[in-house]
Write a protein that binds this ligand. Structure first.
Ligand code: GDP
Length: 371
């Protein structure tokens, strides 16, 4: 094999090249001889669990989607149950045309053990409908633990009716982890492995997995959605912010004029209303600090990057400046305030006014209570 020959990285699907280290698919010249050589980036991720930044262009992704619209196929849209607001792709129907799509909520294993699955499924469907999406079905899985994968495969077979299947999702929803599971089921063992890592933007080009003589599964690139906080974090901070273990909700009984800091990534001020619980669903590795609202500014000034972390001191300037989002909590309705990529705070239906400060560009939204 020679440099310049058309070959793709078996890890991420990017065309291999030896010209530019900073572009996808870089393979040093001496490595071309190896049959199974993966690109530098996949190599680093696999062997050192280390991210190599490669820009993922949204235009490329949209092109892939357009081509789906002109063929008959089933689309599987994967979302992260910990970040539904940040990972639902509202423009999906525009690109996939008349094709049916199956909505799959991943990372079920991170939710508290005793959640009502049926309720979460209905909730996810409702969220999708609010986003203008009409899935043919909704499923919940854990790609990491392998939960409900068999059921999902059965549904896939029923809905695809012999056609191709395209898998679509924002970066970090766990699509690589999921595809690797599928490969074990469908692929010839050991011939191809998609790279998986916790770093955003891992899956690059379209990867084909033939499933029978007439049809294939296609893994599309991860879409970098602009509103996830993980875009602004260093690899070390990402390890803490992306939950790896089941989330232990933390309950704070708050009076008006009190504040919660979620690490150094967001600040939540209880401005007014009935004293109530703030239930925080974020990675267990992010410390939560409670203080008086009148002290919050000073605390933030003094302890950013230390007591209030992640991000650590050396990575503070990666975060855009904070902006304020104000919300009114409704009486008698369970609601969440979701901060994309971080998690959410849930409220049990008592009146109140809450201000959330989060880095500019990160989506902060109020929604019907998930749990
Ligand atoms: P991709 O960017 O969508 O391809 O996402 P990856 O497969 O690389 O996964 C991103 C992060 O989420 C990694 O840290 C994975 O270990 C983690 N992850 C993926 N699926 C699951 C899951 O089902 N449960 C949990 N807890 N973590 C998951």
């Amino acid at each position: 094999m020679n440099p310049g020959e058309k070959r793709v990285c078996p890890g991420c699907g990017a065309p291999l090249q030896s010209e530019d280290k900073n572009l996808p698919g870089y393979l040093p010249i001496h490595a071309w001889e190896k049959e199974e050589a993966v690109c530098l980036r996949c190599f680093r991720i696999k062997h050192y669990n280390e991210a190599v930044q490669v820009d993922l262009r949204e235009e490329d992704f949209l092109q892939v989607l357009h081509s789906i619209g002109s063929t008959e196929a089933l689309v599987v849209h994967l979302v992260d149950l910990i970040d539904v607001n940040g990972t639902l792709l509202s423009g999906l129907h525009r690109f996939i045309g008349q094709n049916p799509f199956l909505l799959v909520g991943n990372k079920l294993d991170l939710l508290p053990q005793r959640v009502n699955l049926d309720r979460i499924r209905r909730w996810l469907l409702m969220m999708a409908m609010e986003w203008g999406l009409k899935p043919v079905d909704v499923m919940l899985i854990s790609a990491l633990k392998g939960s409900y994968l068999q059921e999902l495969l059965e549904k896939l077979e029923a809905y695809r009716k012999g056609k191709n299947v395209y898998f679509i999702g924002a970066t970090n929803v766990g699509k690589s982890t999921f595809m690797n599971r599928l490969l074990k089921e469908y692929g010839e063992k050991g011939t191809i492995e998609i790279t998986t890592s916790r770093f955003p933007g891992t899956t690059l080009d379209l990867i084909e997995i033939p499933v029978d003589e007439h049809s294939s599964f296609y893994d599309t690139p991860g879409v970098m959605t602009p509103h996830q906080i993980i875009r602004y974090l260093s690899p070390e901070d990402l390890k803490k912010v992306i939950p790896q273990k089941r989330i232990n909700p933390k309950v704070y009984q708050l009076e008006p004029e009190q504040t919660l800091f979620l690490g150094g990534m967001a600040r939540i001020d209880f401005i007014s209303g009935t004293p109530q619980s703030f239930i925080v669903y974020i990675s267990n590795e992010i410390p939560v600090h409670r203080t008086k609202r009148s002290h919050a500014g000073e605390l933030q000034e003094k302890h950013r990057g230390e007591l209030l972390s992640p991000p650590g001191k050396e990575n503070l300037d990666r975060l855009p400046p904070w902006v304020k989002h104000s919300f009114n909590l409704k009486e008698g309705e369970k609601q969440d305030i979701a901060i994309s990529g971080l998690g959410w705070v849930s409220f049990s239906g008592k009146k109140g006014r809450v201000d959330v400060f989060a880095p500019k560009g990160v989506s902060v939204q109020i929604r019907k209570g998930m749990i």
